[in-house]
Design a protein around this ligand. Structure first.
Ligand SMILES: NC(=O)c1ccc[n+]([C@@H]2O[C@H](COP(=O)([O-])OP(=O)(O)OC[C@H]3O[C@@H](n4cnc5c(N)ncnc54)[C@H](O)[C@@H]3O)[C@@H](O)[C@H]2O)c1
Length: 242
């Protein structure tokens, strides 16, 4: 535990208490005068060094070191996070939705190669690590999971929604995409059949011509007076929970 993380009264700042009263220790803390932990947040001062280049009167270059100071504040308590996808009923939207449901429910399904359990190996945040530094004593590289770097939402806890110019429900959209194994699709279908994308603005001159056939879930009105923008703003304020 970093020395500065200790309160004068001995309380540990680098840890938080769960509802059950257990203490959950942070995977790591930073020992620097530029990083301050409180129960609520992590405050960080970061100095970004760049080089500003200008040209002198006789054509020579003058390089001048530049410092920009940033103050970051990160809340330690992760709130409820909504993810709204534009084109929710597409290959990506339907596949990521099924993938999150499969992980949330810990599903295992049969494939030609044998049973397959849901995992997040394809996710940069969930499946990769970041080099934290080198252990002073041993010279060993220490890598930590990317999702432990800062307090962040677990994808299983995302509230999913979105828009699509095609009104097909997500179960049918998943069939249309043809990405997932039929055994997995059968397990998530019941939940996904109730997911229907919100209507979306459709401007044919902006969208590829081959999208026209599926445009049956289109926002009425025009883009005049920001009417569509206002509707999208309203959608974001009220996310139908999934
Ligand atoms: N699938 C991939 O492997 C991949 C890889 C890299 C990048 N991408 C990009 O990601 C995006 C989505 O890919 P995809 O494979 O899911 O494509 P997709 O064609 O299957 O899905 C796109 C979805 O967007 C919807 N759409 C079109 N216009 C819309 C609008 N105005 N408002 C709301 N929805 C609208 C369509 O109805 C469709 O369901 C594309 O831009 C694609 O180029 C895809």
């Amino acid at each position: 535990m970093a020395p500065h993380a200790l309160e004068p009264n001995g309380a540990i700042h680098g840890s938080h208490h769960t509802a059950a009263g257990d203490v959950k220790t942070d995977p790591f803390t930073v020992d620097s005068p530029n990083v301050v932990y409180t129960d609520k947040d992590i405050k960080t001062r970061y100095t970004y060094h760049t080089t500003s280049v200008s040209q002198g009167a006789n054509g020579n270059y003058i390089a001048k070191p530049k410092e920009t100071v940033y103050d970051f504040k990160i809340e330690r308590q992760v709130g409820k996070v909504g993810m709204m996808l534009v084109g929710w009923g597409g290959n990506n939207g339907s596949t990521v939705t099924a993938g999150i449901i499969a992980n949330r429910r810990g599903l295992v399904w049969q494939t030609r190669q044998g049973p397959q359990a849901a995992n997040y190996y394809g996710s940069v945040v969930m499946g990769s690590t970041m080099k934290l530094g080198t252990e002073a004593k041993t010279g060993k590289e220490i890598n930590i999971p990317f999702h432990d770097v800062l307090p962040m939402v677990h994808p299983n806890d995302l509230v999913i929604g979105g828009w699509d110019i095609s009104g097909m429900n997500l179960a049918k959209a998943m069939d249309r995409a043809g990405v997932l194994e039929p055994t997995l699709k059968d397990m998530v279908k019941k939940e996904m059949v109730n997911m229907k994308p919100l209507p979306s603005p459709y401007y044919p001159d902006f969208i590829a011509a081959n999208q026209g056939d599926r445009a049956d879930n289109v926002l009425e009105g025009s883009k005049a007076c920001m009417a569509h923008v206002e509707k999208i703003r309203k959608d974001i304020r009220y996310v139908p929970c999934v």
